[in-house]
Each structure stands twice: as structure tokens, then as C-alpha cells.
Design a protein around this ligand. Sequence first.
Ligand SMILES: Nc1nc2c(c(=O)[nH]1)N[C@H]1C(S)=C(S)[C@@H](COP(=O)(O)OP(=O)(O)OC[C@H]3O[C@@H](n4cnc5c(=O)[nH]c(N)nc54)[C@H](O)[C@@H]3O)O[C@H]1N2
Ligand SMILES: Nc1nc2c(c(=O)[nH]1)N[C@H]1C(S)=C(S)[C@@H](COP(=O)(O)OP(=O)(O)OC[C@H]3O[C@@H](n4cnc5c(=O)[nH]c(N)nc54)[C@H](O)[C@@H]3O)O[C@H]1N2
Ligand SMILES: [Mo]
Length: 783
Amino acid sequence: MPSKAPKDGINESELRVGDPKTHAVGLPAVINSLRISFDQMGALRSAKTLMNVNQKKGFDCPGCAWPEGDKRHAAEFCENGAKAVAEEATKRKVPPEFFAEHSIAEMLEKDDYWLGQQGRLTHPMVLEAGDTHYRPISWDGAYNIIVEELAAMDSPDQAVFYTSGRTSNEAAFLYQLMVRGLGTNNLPDCSNMCHESSGSALTETLGIGKGTVSLDDVQGSDLIIVAGQNPGTNHPRMLTALERAKKNGATIVAVNPLPEAGLLRFDNPQTASGLLGTKFGGGTQLADDFLQIRLGGDQALFQGLGKYLLEQEEEHGNVFDHAFIRDYTDGLDSYLAEIRNTSWDEICFASGLTRAQIETTGARLIAAKSTVVCWAMGLTQHKHSVAMLRDVVNVLLLQGNVGRPGAGVCPVRGHSNVQGDRTMGIFERMPEAFHDKLDAEFGFASPRRHGFDTVNAIRAMRDSKVRVFMAMGGNFIRATPDSAVTEDALRNTELTVQVSTKLNKSHLVHGRRALILPALGRTDRDTQATGDQRVTVEDSMSAVHASQGRLEPPGPEVRSEVAIVCELAERLFTGESAPYRANAPQLDWIACRADYSLIRRHIENVIPGFEGFESKIKYGGGGFVLPNGPRDGRRFATATGKARFTANELDYPKVPEGRLILQTLRAHDQYNTTVYAKDDRYRGIYGGRRVVFVNEVDLAAAGFRDGDMVDMVSEYEDGVERRAESFRAVAYNTPVGCAAAYYPEANVLVPLDSVAKVSGTPTSKSVIIRLEAAAPATAAAAH
Ligand SMILES: Nc1nc2c(c(=O)[nH]1)N[C@H]1C(S)=C(S)[C@@H](COP(=O)(O)OP(=O)(O)OC[C@H]3O[C@@H](n4cnc5c(=O)[nH]c(N)nc54)[C@H](O)[C@@H]3O)O[C@H]1N2
Ligand SMILES: Nc1nc2c(c(=O)[nH]1)N[C@H]1C(S)=C(S)[C@@H](COP(=O)(O)OP(=O)(O)OC[C@H]3O[C@@H](n4cnc5c(=O)[nH]c(N)nc54)[C@H](O)[C@@H]3O)O[C@H]1N2
Ligand SMILES: [Mo]
């Protein structure tokens, strides 16, 4: 069976709203994933591909970063992993003829779904100044343009190199080396918009910017708090771990403004009872308690939990882990003083929870022998996210819940290798020790001046300080905030270069000149001069393992990310006329392209924990776990060498009268800016995406009813009007004052300057908006 032709874009007039689901996965998920796989890949390729996902000799799922356990099912993937795979392994193609047929202007009218549907990029393409259509170009020609533009800069800081989180360790390591060889640290990445707040808070308090738990810790924990995360959609394999934990006796507390299906009940598709679903008495109830928190109220919740533990300790004793606090931590007194000062009234107001609810969870903490806190974007994309996460750490430290079995912090990562990319040095401000080792290994001087993160890169482009923008994957223009500002910023550059697997809007919003370089994905066979190559990735729990695709690539002109970096670096650094040969890293780039194990040898010498790298990822092995001070031995590489309690003034979004606070989140049928299909079935949304979920009370107060068409207008201190037009209001079970709409459609509303303190992450989960009636024409058209 061949793949099916791409479908039309989304027609919002076909939007239907039904009841939200109360449980996740089960048979509908299996059917949905198979349908999308067959459409994109046909039956044979689907079967062959899906059997290889997350197997020890197969490829790492390009979906999320949730780890694989040691015992694997024949089908170790989930509905959304299957969709991620189908999206990449599709048989549909976007060849040069496609670009001849469709002008940039025409494609700009299409939606993200339509663009993604067209298939895999097959040929390097160029857009010269003033052109209306991309034209094919040779790889040589493409590299020459990049070298020419990079050579024309006054300073290396006029170039920006973005990375998305699917890039392998090997490609990321060489990419950052190339960039630092040019003389800049301008290495923004998707993490700046994602878990940067977690990295900031955890590095400062625990001495490592990563989670401290293993899969066994989660599955063996007594109490698991899942805050600000929707695993049923975004980390479906986590539901299996939660189910196991539950069977081992764990209590699960879900903290979320929305009653997300996956958190409440789970029908495991890998068991017969799960396939039958809850209707027939199967499935597992996951969350014991659901705390329906106000957006941005989590710092208040965790301060409340700390306060309760303190009160109980003072009354009954035996609550704090005094030995742990004495031997491994500092800063307790100022933390306790801070939470003593915070009133219960303020805690309850900010969180939207009752004192009784918070005390019930506090009592669960006291009763539990071990606690894990898991979180994702609901906790990282607020103005006060870093303080919020420091307060999460504070509560865990009180009971010694770090560095022992079943306990710790679990920031659940997004992209499948976003954590590995950071380990490899994709960061605008790596520590000095990393630079020293890099310089020693490659005999050059890497720049120490900090570079631009994502938001600062946009500001610099806006202010005409950037000539060249290159992206290793991702979809910069749709992932970033303040779409209108960011589009102008990118258009303000001389050259944009997108290394991509699929067509997306970042190819259409471009600099004076633009290049599209087609790259291999995880599922593709990667054959180089010495034979088929493997790459490695690191999951959310610091486990590194190999990944090897086996499918025929979409065309002979598609190159691996490693090859693209090596070929470009070769031209920048070696030979008489190379513009950056003066301070070039000493490396045989072409040999590395031929044999990726040579890259791993260099990684081994530069990055701690990779000793014996090659032998640890031999075939059939499950990979290895990187050292993790807090987890391995309660070692904390902080400023004082101790785990640090911190005192953080309580903060929460202040919403003016008549306004709402909006979170921008993911629908079930999307992967970030890629829209797989048109539904969000767990929330009862079918056939469209322009919806805003609002509490009935707020709708009525603003003079609207469910089904009305509204504009969302964002209000920010800069006084600029940001408007998202024509959304269908959906009366929904969300706290009063708290609304939700899908990313990336709502990104126009997120002000560029509204970022989290310390981490600089855009505040995608707290945007102040008002609702206005949509203009009659659009309202009529949409009905
Ligand atoms: N299928 C699929 N999988 C994915 C992705 C995808 O798009 N599709 N994206 C990947 C990436 S890069 C990432 S980072 C992760 C994202 O994974 P998630 O963080 O689960 O993604 P979001 O949809 O942003 O969901 C945020 C959740 O937090 C809740 N929330 C929002 N604000 C608050 C708050 O103030 N407090 C609390 N307690 N909760 C809040 C929302 O209601 C929602 O349930 O998933 C990864 N996996
Ligand atoms: N408003 C709002 N904005 C957000 C968020 C939010 O919750 N709300 N979430 C933020 C988060 S958590 C993240 S991580 C970012 C995501 O930001 P990005 O990582 O930039 O976006 P993606 O949509 O994941 O990128 C998809 C594109 O990556 C390319 N691609 C896929 N696989 C590969 C590959 O293997 N190699 C190469 N070279 N290219 C590949 C394809 O061309 C595809 O079109 O968005 C952020 N933006
Ligand atoms: Mo992310």
C-alpha cells in the first residue's frame, strides 16, 4: 500500500467541540497511530519502522526524551511516538519541482499542517535576493554562499547558530566546535524556551542542571507529584512508568489547571485490560489527588507545602531529615524565615487552592518514604519559574528527598536529545572548565564572551546586529514568541540557513538570501565512506545510548547533520583561502565525516563521564548512565559544595480586573510546531485548532457564551497591541481567570520582552489577555 496524498490545510469552519475525555490511550490511540502511519508510510514501511523504535539495535524515537526501561516490549513506542516517526519516515517528498510550482508568497498563506504534510526535503535549495521561488543548488554552491557570508562579517558575533533538540550528540559536538572556531558563543537552542528555568534553578541549588532520578526511582517511589505536565499527550510512555509505580504502591498527585486525561486514568495499550479500556473495567486510575491550581500558582503551593512541613515539624518533630540537612545542605534558616513570613491567605489566593488541599498533600509528603517531583512546561514558562523551581527543591531537601532511592527531581525533557545537546556544549555560556578542555583537545582558543540565547538573538537580529542565521533543525519562526517581531527580525539578516528534514515556515520567513539544506533524520540509514554510522543521544535521565536508522533516505542528495557540519567546517578552517584558518580547531573534519567513532573519541576527551564511550555503546548494550553527583553520592557541585536551600519571595501573576491569564500549550495531534492532524481528542476538539479554553464564569462576565468567536488581545507594559484573531471560545474546566490556547497559533501574543527572571525563557504559560468579539466577517466565515 503506497502512502496517501497530502491532505488540505485546516479549515477552521469544520471545527467540532465535544466532551473532553477522562482517560488516556487504550484502543483509540492504537487506531489513531496506525492510521497516521499508514497514510504517511504505507503498511510495509510502517511495520518495519515501528518495530525498530527504541529497540536496543534500532533508532531512538524522535518523539520525546522519556527513557526506555531495560525490559522492552516488541512495540516500545506510543501513539505520539508513532506519529513522530511517521512524520519523518513519510514516503512523501518535497523535490525541486515542488518549489518551482509554489512561490514563497503562496506557501506563506498555508498553515503549519499543510506545510508539514508535503513530505521530506530532498535537495539543497537557494533563494537569491529578490527571488520569488527557491531554486535547486549544488551542495558546493550552498557551502560557498555560507562561507562567503560568514567571511563578510565584521565580527563572528554577527552570526547566530540555533539548535533544536533532535540533533545527535555527534552532530551537536562538531557544530558547537565549528561555531566556537569561528569565534562566537552565539548558540541559542530550543532549551532556552523549554527547560532553561529548570537548568538555572537546579544548577544553583543542586549543582547539576538535570534531573536526579532514574526510571527505577520513579517506578519505586512512594509519592509522585506531577506538576505542570501533560504526559498523556507529550510523554505517553511515562504513563506506563506511573502505572508501574502505582502497582508498587505509589500515590500520585497531579497539579494542573486542567484535568488532563492521561493524568487521571490510563488504559495501557500493552495489556489486554488496558486495550479494552475503562468502559469495560480495565485501565488504571493514576492520580489519587488532583490539585486544580491557578496558572503560575505553583510557587505558592510549594511554599505552602514547606510551611506545613515546618508547622508539623515544630509540633510533632520527625518530619525533617535533620541528618541530611546538617551534612549536605546550607541556607535552611533563611528559607524557613521566608516561608514563615508568607501568609496562608496569600498562598491560597496565589495558588487558587484551599489550605486543606495543600495540607492533604503535605500529609502525603510526611507519610511517604520517598518523593519524586516531575514537571515540564507548566513550571518553566513563567516569569518567576526559577524561584518556583527553587521552592520545589526546598521542599524535597527538607525531607532528604535527593540522592536516595525513589526520590529526587525529575524535570521531564521535551526533545529526544535536547539534554544531550546541552551536554555536548550547545549553550551560549558554557562553564570555563569546558572551554579549557575544548581548547586543549583541539589546539585553539575558544571565545569566553557569552553569546546570545534565543530571545537575545532575536533582539540582535531586530537591531541589525546579525548578518547570518543558521538553524540546525527546528522551526525558529514558529517556536519563538512575538511572531510579528521575530519575523521582521529574521528578515533583517543577510542570510538564513535552515538544516531541516521537513518543510516549515522558517523556510519562508528568510533573510536577504536563504538556503534550505535537507538532512537525514533518526530513522534514515546514514552511510558514509567507512560504512553505516550510528549516532548517540541522552534521555531525560542522563542515559546515553546509540541510535541507528535503517530506512532508505528520501533521496541521494540528503546529507547527515554530521556531514553538513564537517563539509562546511572544512571550507571555513582548512586550505589557503579558508577565511577562519587563523584560530581554527585542529581536526580532520573529513575523517570525522567518514567515521563517527572518531568524533566520539574527541567527546570522550572533552566531556566528563564519556570515558570508554565507544565500548559502552556496543551493539546490543543498553548504553550507559552519565555521572550525576546528587544521585550517585549526594555530591553537590554548587558554590558551597552543599545542596542549597534558598529564600524566594512569593510571586505569582497579578491579573487586572476583567483580564485573563493565558497559557499556550500543545494539542494531542502536534509535535511543537508540527501539526500531525487536526484533533485534540482528549480535550474534545476535532477538525480545528483556533480555540480558546475559558471558564464559563469568565465567559459570562465578559459577555460571551461557548461557541462565540473572539479575538485575544495581549496586554503588556510596552503598550503594543498584540492580537490573535478569530478563536472559538470553548467553555472548559479551567480555574476562573485562567485560559488556554494552542501554541504556535497563540505565539503572536507572547511579548518578546516578557521572559523568566534568570533563565530568560519566554513566559509562554502566563500571558495577560482580554477577550473581544471577533470582527463580524471572520465570525460569520467561521460559523
Ligand atoms: N506528542 C508530543 N510530544 C511532545 C511534544 C509535543 O509537542 N507533542 N513536545 C515535546 C517538548 S519539546 C516538550 S518541552 C514537552 C512538553 O510537555 P508539556 O509540558 O506536558 O507540554 P504543554 O502542552 O506545554 O503542557 C503543559 C502542561 O502544564 C499545564 N500547566 C500550564 N501552566 C501551568 C501552571 O502554571 N501550573 C501547573 N501546575 N500546570 C500548568 C498545562 O495545563 C499542561 O497540562 O513535550 C515533548 N513531547
Ligand atoms: N507559545 C509557546 N511557544 C513555545 C512553547 C510553548 O509551550 N508555547 N514551547 C517551546 C518549547 S518547549 C520548545 S522545545 C520549542 C521547540 O522549538 P523547535 O525545536 O525549534 O521546533 P520544532 O517544532 O520541534 O521543529 C520542527 C522542525 O524540525 C525539523 N526537524 C525535525 N527533525 C529533524 C532532524 O532530525 N534534523 C534536522 N536538521 N531537522 C529536523 C523539521 O524540519 C521540523 O519542521 O518551542 C518553544 N515555543
Ligand atoms: Mo521543549
